[in-house]
Design a protein around this ligand. Structure first.
Ligand SMILES: O=C[C@H](O)[C@H](O)[C@H](O)COP(=O)(O)O
Length: 241
């Protein structure tokens, strides 16, 4: 676990490098979370200094509010239609640039926005880089109707993948179940490690009550990893380089 102050310097380094990828007139997807929020602040700063136009779609109500408060115009994704670039954070990044996202319960809209973009770039601190996905609890957004049956079906899917006895936790905010921007629930899967992310993603996607899981496979093209000294390391997916 990275020291929070060090992580903030690193996140800022990654955010500043990502702002340099933005070109005037771009159609841009804005991610969610603490790293994405730093990016939004740095982006607003650059736009106010240089005064160019952008069209932005946000991945959450929180990001839309932040961007709007900083003077960035935010539109619905469908008003813009398609995006040139999405910049977002991640909870884990593996060597193939596969990700776990959804620590902030926003992965459904994040995945819609990222896959409606020509390019998705992740910004993160070094603590997010892992050899194999799964230490971070995998968020799964589920419909409230019949969610306990959905949880049983997820458990059975995990059993088929030899991920037995893994806790599946209903995410709460205070005493109440957390509701996503879409009014759904989040189940967090404490897997420890994911031996076959493609197989798990396919199993989860086949369950009726599952809206979306937080595995982002083959979506991210570039990860900008910030370091506390202000430098960054760029990780690229081989097949897109
Ligand atoms: O749902 C939230 C998102 O997937 C975030 O991008 C992710 O949790 C990373 O957030 P942070 O930058 O705060 O670590």
């Amino acid at each position: 676990m990275t020291d929070p102050a060090i992580a903030d310097l690193s996140k800022d380094a990654a955010a500043r490098a990502a702002v340099a990828l933005v070109e005037p007139g771009m159609r841009l997807g804005l991610g969610t979370g603490s790293t994405a929020a730093i990016f939004v602040r740095r982006l607003a700063q650059r736009v106010s200094e240089e005064g160019f136009a952008l069209r932005c779609a946000a991945t959450s109500k929180a990001t839309a509010e932040l961007a709007t408060s900083l003077g960035l115009g935010v539109e619905e994704l469908d008003e813009i239609g398609w995006l040139d670039l999405t910049i977002d954070g991640a909870d884990e990044v593996d060597p193939d640039l596969n990700l776990i996202k959804g620590g902030g319960a926003a992965h459904l809209r994040e995945k819609i926005v990222a896959t409606a973009s020509e390019r998705m770039v992740v910004i993160a601190d070094q603590g997010k880089v892992v050899d194999r996905l799964g230490q971070f609890h995998l968020p799964v957004e589920v419909i409230p109707f019949g969610w306990q049956a959905t949880r049983k079906l997820i458990q059975r899917a995990l059993d088929r993948l030899d991920l037995t006895q893994r806790p599946i936790l209903l995410r709460k905010r205070g005493d109440a179940p957390l509701r996503t921007d879409e009014g759904n629930l989040i189940l967090d899967l404490a897997l420890e490690a994911i031996p076959d992310a493609e197989a798990l993603a396919a199993e989860l996607s086949s369950i009726a009550g599952v809206v979306e899981h937080g595995l982002f496979l083959n979506i991210c093209e570039l990860a900008i990893i910030g370091c506390p000294d202000g430098s960054v390391v760029e990780l690229r997916r081989e097949d897109m380089a």
